[in-house]
Design a protein around this ligand. Sequence first.
Ligand SMILES: Cc1ncc(COP(=O)(O)O)c(C=O)c1O
Length: 404
Amino acid sequence: MKRVKHSCTYYNVMESLEEWVLPQIKHMTFTGIWRVTLMLSNYKDSVYLSTGEPDFDTPPNVIKAAEDAMKNGKTHYVDPSGLKELREEISKKLKRDNSIEASPDQVIVPVGAEEALATVFQAFVSVGDKVTVFTPAYSLYLDLIQMRGARLSAVNLIDEGDRFRVDLEKLKESITGSKLIILNNPSNPTGYVMNDEEIRAIVDLAVEHGTIIVSDEIYEKMNYSGKRLLSPASIAPENTITINGFSKAYAMTGWRIGYLAAPKEVMEALKIVHHTNVISASSISQYAALEALRGPQDSVKKMVSEYARRMELLYGGLKRLPNVRVAKPEGAIYAFPDFSFYGKDDDEFSVRLARATHVATVPGSTFGEAGRGHLRFTFAASPESIRTALSRIEEFLSSKSDAY
Ligand SMILES: Cc1ncc(COP(=O)(O)O)c(C=O)c1O
């Protein structure tokens, strides 16, 4: 900042616009999820096991519903909370699949689960507030905490090599004074599925401490564990905000439609934040989402059984890699192997691996300190890509050089 004199008055003048960027934003780095992906975009033989992007197309009946909506002039602003028919359908789905009682008035349709999370953070989290997260965690939670100038209270999942486990003792210490606790079941990036006992213990502690539970259930359909998925809102509806979306279950990442369901008393606040930020989610995408829920569900089943097959393929291959430990993914679309034998600096290792093999992965520390030494692989890629990636990585690890 420099001071300049204009006639008799001194003014503060900045030397660069960057000076005005909020300190909490200045300290953020662009998510590690995209770093290696962008680095490899110039190579023809690149294999991307980095972004959580289903490689299936959106089901044709959903695309047709969007076409019809456009042709029939459904191209205007809609109710900011979301189309009434869609909220009604979401309310029925929550009851049917998750035993959650939420009337259509307790539902908002945001621009993806991502906007749902951002809305919750804007409504509840301020500078200095404490937010409890199980780590390794989806990096957006960590980014939102940083953006709000809040404090992360991290509860590390215990990595037992071939499985993860919730550290309930650590949670007891960490939850005190937390405004929110974020649950993501099944989990990105670990693929872990929490069991009933763990969910009940977490919910009990949250209720006891007056902490709001934010339950991100976007991977609910991708559950290969045989465990029942217990939604916290089905046992503590007064304390829980449930978040879900269409991106993963219906291969609709580009349509940007999610939903949240919350207790009545906070709906007004959430609606105001959502409306202030975006007015509403795209009308056309909402008609598509309505068809996704109302129409046949066979494409979801097909995708999920294909993911299960690909998970086995990726898991089997990772398990065979020398000096790599990996837990079998129980849900979601990720494996999270431990490569720390090859160096603790997973950032550096993922770049070295990408340069040598043209395989894009995500460094584990993107998901918090607890992820250090790991790499995240998605199996939402074609079996051919998974096989190619595994054979290149195997060659890379067995050759002492950096070339494959
Ligand atoms: C755990 C989790 N929550 C939310 C999202 C964002 O989903 P959406 O595309 O609905 O914004 C993702 C995307 O990868 C995710 O992994």
